[in-house]
Structure formats: C-alpha cells, structure tokens
Design a protein around this ligand. Structure first.
Ligand SMILES: C[S@@+](CC[C@H](N)C(=O)[O-])C[C@H]1O[C@@H](n2cnc3c(N)ncnc32)[C@H](O)[C@@H]1O
Length: 270
C-alpha cells in the first residue's frame, strides 16, 4: 500500500499523531512518507497495531519509545514517567538560577531527563541523579549513555546514595518529586492511571511529604551559594513555602499562572 493513501484513510486519530505513528512503524523519514512510498505488508500491519494501541489510550511517547525534553531526547517506557512540559519550565528556571554550577544533584530522576538536560547545558558540571526505583535507575543510565553525557545515576532514597564528599558542595539541587496526595489518585487522568507508574507520583496523605524531606536535608548538601529548585503541586504552594522558609523559599508560577515551583537558596539571586 502507498504511504500517502494509508495516511489519508486513517482518520480515527489527529493527523499529527497518525504521522508520528507511521514514522514509528516504518522507521522511515517523514518527508519520504508524505511524498508517497510503497509499504511492505508488515509495515502496514505494524502501523495498524500502533494505531490500535493509541486508540486504547496508551500515551504516544510510550508507543514511540522516546520523549523530547528541552535540548535532549530520552527513551521512555512504563518503568518511568513521561517528562511533562512543566518540568521543562523547571529546567529553564534552574538554568537561569545559577551561572556556572560545579556540582548538580537531581533527586527523583525517573528517566534522567532533568539531570541529563542539565549536564547538556552545563557540560563541565559533575551531575548526580538519584531514584528509589531500580527500573528508573536503569532507564536513566541508558538515557545518559544514549545522549553521551556523563551523569552518575545512583539508586536510593533522596540524598542517601550521594557520596559523603559532596555534602556542603552542591551548587544546584533540582527535583520533580512525587507530590500527588493519596486522595487525588482516583482523579488522575485515565491514560495516566492505566499506563504510567502512578506509585511514582504519590507522595503520601497530603502530597508535600517528599518535598518536606528535601527541604529538611537540603541545607546539609548545599554549598554557600547553592540553589534548590523543585516542582510542586499547584494546591500546596503555602505548605511548600513553609517547608522551605528556612532557605528563603519562594513560590513561582508556571505559564498557566499556577503555583508550580519552589526556588530556595541561602542567597536568592533572582
Ligand atoms: C514524578 S516522577 C519524576 C521523574 C522525572 N524527574 C521527571 O521529571 O519526569 C518521581 C520519581 O521519583 C522517584 N522517587 C519516589 N520517591 C523517591 C525517593 N524517596 N527517593 C528517590 N526517588 C524517589 C520515583 O521512582 C520516580 O521515578
């Protein structure tokens, strides 16, 4: 079958999704497909399988196996959360908060998106990333390798796996930690509940539990001018500001005007 005819006849999904799925199914370049090439029966069958998976609600990025994040691309699968646009804003906020970080730590790294993008932005920095989940650690290490960037990914609870000599020397701590409350679980979108590692999103009964622990331990790890930037729940700005009050924490809004980030430092420079 001809690729352009196939695209025209598949109207059950938005056009841009159909195109991306045909690229994923055939491994061919988009321009070639739009101009029209004869496809093998196997490719057509594979495309139809991917369309069915998408119609069943599976996120496009899991089907494609990759997600763009700032200046990099990471592989994603159900072992890790798909990086969100708000987290790209967290990345930009972190980059603007500091000039020349020597040591960077990304807590709750998941796919490694933040840690790897920061190493891309600050190539001379030493970058550590930690995650409790051995699966996430595997994915983050694979992503660092694929991007040819040197990031040390460690398995464990928040700061616990970091080497002792890093204490008091970290210039930038970033984190997109779990911040959903237990009672919000059922209200999450169906595609998230059905396909993403929901346990990685839930922090506890209130939602600020992991952020509270980050705020408590950060002073021990930060250097004299170190900065912490974290993503937070839009419903917990006041609670998170209180946790980071000792570090001069300020709440920042996302592009939609929601309170989505906390930035804190012994010396706020923004
Ligand atoms: C919301 S996901 C964020 C993933 C990634 N940073 C991103 O921006 O897409 C949270 C991650 O935190 C990890 N995690 C949860 N509790 C943790 C803890 N106490 N210490 C380290 N990692 C933790 C989960 O395994 C999961 O990968």
């Amino acid at each position: 079958m001809n690729s352009s005819e196939l695209l025209r006849s598949t109207s059950s999904l938005p056009e841009h999704e159909t195109r991306r799925l045909l690229v994923a199914a055939t491994g061919r370049h988009w321009t070639e497909l739009i101009l029209g090439v004869e496809l093998e029966a196997d490719d057509v069958e594979q495309f139809e399988t991917l369309v069915r998976r998408r119609l069943d609600g599976e996120p496009l990025q899991y089907i494609e196996g990759t997600a763009a994040f700032g200046p990099i691309e990471v592989i994603v699968d159900p072992r890790v959360l798909i990086p969100r646009p708000e987290t790209e804003q967290l990345f930009e906020l972190a980059c603007d908060a500091i000039d020349d970080p020597k040591v960077i730590v990304d807590l709750c790294t998941g796919s490694g998106n933040l840690a790897i993008a920061l190493k891309h932005r600050f190539p001379t920095a030493i970058v550590y990333a930690t995650d409790l989940s051995p699966d996430a650690v595997d994915v983050a290490r694979e992503n660092a390798r694929r991007n040819r960037l040197d990031v040390t990914v460690l398995e464990g609870d928040l700061f616990e796996p970091l080497p002792d000599h890093v204490a008091g020397r970290v210039d930038l701590i970033v984190s997109n930690p779990p911040y959903i409350a237990e009672h919000e679980r059922e209200g999450l979108p169906e595609d998230v509940r059905e396909h993403e590692p929901v346990a990685a999103l839930i922090a506890g009964p209130v939602g600020d539990e992991v952020l509270a622990r980050i705020a408590e331990s950060a002073p021990e790890w930060l250097g004299p001018d170190g900065v912490v930037v974290c993503e937070i729940s839009e419903f917990l700005g006041a609670e998170v500001a209180a946790h980071f009050a000792g570090l001069g924490g300020e709440i920042r809004r996302d592009l939609a005007g929601k309170e989505r980030f906390v930035i804190a430092s012994r010396r706020i420079r923004l």
